[in-house]
Write a protein that binds this ligand. Structure first.
Ligand code: PEP
Ligand code: MN
Length: 342
């Protein structure tokens, strides 16, 4: 941590900051500059000390800025956990060295629609079946999902097809219900900082698929993962699904592929990319899915629908079965070329 003092800060103000650091049992390093003084704090700080010091010092007179020089997350970080995490869900490996495809419709709409989707996912080599039963919709008048009925369909179809299932849970009190039916709990982008939900999902012991919030920084994203990890649940999968676009007239969000190598460097957790929500446009999904694989993602989540024109949610970004199968063939070829196991 480095504290930069205001220009003209007095000796007493500099001493007050130094005292606050000493009270934490640390020795301040005072670096007088030509027009302002900087004070360094040794990096071996606990998370509590960091927060306490930042709050106390930030409020002292004469302080210009407090800058953290070490990363705020621990359990999610490569420093803490050197080996890459590989999560095994019913024999499907997610993480380092594996490339997984999670396919399926935005929403579970009926047994027929969902089992047809599962058939296509399975036939094209997929291992994880997605589908929302509780839908976080912008408008309360849009289709909200089949709710528990949707979860029942998902469980039945997933078991029949031999596919691992994933579905969204929107609140802490719903974790038990969703966990009863699905293999992986999805935390949606809008819920990334719903801390009680993260804690409950962590306690459930189920693998948690955490989507990045639409305007979340990398630190905020990894700190959200830290909430789940700190409940003793090591099975967290990170998902980049696009951030707020500066120009929404072409794509729904901006898929931030640069976060993939960043997350891979700073965290040991598996990283999945969702180009469907990332672009919002079916014809852009394929190029961005391939780019995600090249960028080093551990897999992709792709929305498809037996008949996108009839989809009850996100039809414009859903691939048709033909487009989906063709993309899967391309991804498998690319994965082979890159020496990545699927
Ligand atoms: C979804 O996966 O259907 C979904 C709602 O995603 P997100 O939370 O990324 O918007
Ligand atoms: Mn969707």
């Amino acid at each position: 941590m480095i504290i930069s003092m205001q220009v003209g800060a007095t000796h007493e103000q500099i001493e007050a900051v130094s005292d606050a650091i000493r009270q934490q049992g640390l020795e301040p390093l005072v670096l007088p500059g030509e027009d302002r003084t900087a004070i360094g704090v040794p990096s071996a700080l606990s998370a509590d000390q960091r927060d306490t010091l930042e709050t106390i010092i930030g409020a002292l007179e004469g302080v210009n800025k407090v800058t953290q020089t070490s990363r705020p997350y621990k359990l999610a970080s490569t420093e803490f956990h050197r080996d890459k995490t590989i999560i095994d869900v019913k024999g499907v490996k997610i993480g380092h060295g594996h490339f997984v495809v999670m396919g399926g419709p935005c929403s579970v709409e009926s047994h027929e629609q969902f089992s047809e989707s599962a058939r296509i996912v399975k036939q094209s080599g997929g291992t994880v079946l997605r589908g929302g039963a509780f839908k976080p919709r912008t408008s309360p008048y849009s289709f909200q999902g089949l709710q528990e009925e949707g979860l029942k369909i998902m469980k039945q179809v997933g078991e029949d097809a031999g596919l691992v299932t994933i579905s969204e849970v929107m609140s802490g009190d719903m974790v038990g219900l969703v966990a009863k039916y699905v293999d992986i709990l999805q935390i949606g982008a809008r819920s990334m900082q719903n801390f009680p939900l993260l804690i409950e999902a962590g306690k459930s012991g189920k693998p948690v698929f955490l989507k990045r919030g639409p305007s979340a920084t990398t630190d905020e994203f990894l700190l959200a993962a830290e909430y789940v990890l700190s409940q003793g649940n090591p099975n967290v999968i990170l998902c980049e699904r696009g951030v707020m676009a500066i120009d929404r007239s072409y794509t729904r969000n901006t898929l931030d592929l640069s976060i993939v190598p960043v997350l891979k460097e700073y965290s040991h957790l598996p990283v999945i990319v969702d180009p469907s929500h990332g672009t919002g446009v079916a014809r852009y999904v394929g190029p961005m899915a391939k780019a995600a694989l090249v960028a080093g993602a551990d897999g992709v989540m792709i929305e498809m629908h037996p008949n996108p024109k009839k989809a009850l949610s996100d039809g414009s970004q859903a691939l048709t079965p033909e487009q989906y199968i063709s993309l899967m063939t391309d991804l498998q070829g690319l994965a082979r070329y890159l020496g990545r196991a699927s």
